[in-house]
Design a protein around this ligand. Structure first.
Ligand SMILES: *Cc1c(COP(=O)(O)O)cnc(C)c1O
Length: 219
């Protein structure tokens, strides 16, 4: 299967209202260009320097999404142009994004990455801590961050019930937080190559698909 035919196939099966993010991390610029030529405009990367390099080499109308863990000292590589930081996972990172956004004179859209699985390897907020920070108005001191929704991952397992439980939990978190942030809090990013059908059943608005489009990654 070519990149182009996979993108066309995915477009035909995704319900209206579910956005396709092409996760291009570790893939060469030529592969992204093939996706671009097939009409894809939203790309997800997990490393800030790689995102920056690809941004410089590819057309300006691409939306770059940061989906990997972001260190505070690396926000500067992406702050001037990033479309959405999906991996906002701590107060310290929020403060760093706020500072860099001020320097660029931008308001940066972000998703709150929430940790719902039992796996320690995954990053993201502990939901109780996040909710406490939201309730005390922590984000109101950060006017250059616009919170647009929630991002999360399900447990890495073949057990569909566990995956469905994780996505349902993310949807509950999203619905509760929307009560604090209002209508512009409109994005629930969940579902990857192997579990996107379940994420769609559970109400995702954005699936992040890498290997189905680009093949296996070479790390
Ligand atoms: C790599 C990655 C994906 C894409 O995973 P695939 O299984 O290749 O579709 C999605 N989301 C995040 C956060 C990732 O790091």
């Amino acid at each position: 299967m070519s990149v182009k035919s996979e993108i066309e196939r995915l477009r035909s099966v995704l319900p209206a209202g579910v956005k396709l993010l092409a996760v291009s991390k570790f893939h060469p610029v030529e592969a992204l260009r093939e996706a671009y030529d097939a009409g894809q405009r939203a790309f997800g990367e997990s490393r800030p320097q790689e995102l920056k390099t690809k941004h410089e080499l590819l057309p300006d109308d691409i939306e770059w999404h940061m989906i990997g863990h972001l260190q505070t000292n690396k926000v500067k590589y992406i702050a001037p142009y990033v479309h959405l930081i999906e991996s906002l996972d701590s107060v310290r990172l929020a403060e760093a994004i706020e500072r860099e956004a001020v320097k660029c004179g931008r308001v940066i859209d972000c998703l709150l990455e929430i940790h719902v699985t039992c796996e320690e390897s995954k990053s993201g907020w502990d939901y109780a801590e996040l909710l406490a920070f939201v309730r005390e108005g922590g984000f109101s001191a950060m006017p250059h961050i616009r919170l647009r929704g929630v991002m999360g991952m399900a447990t890495f397992t073949d057990d569909e019930a566990t995956v469905r439980g994780d996505f349902k939990r993310l949807k509950e978190c999203f619905d509760e937080l929307k009560g604090y942030f209002g209508e512009e809090f409109d994005t629930l990013s969940m579902g990857m190559s192997d579990d996107s059908p379940i994420a769609i059943e559970c109400g995702t608005t954005e699936v992040r698909i890498g290997s189905t489009i680009f093949g296996a990654r070479e790390y």
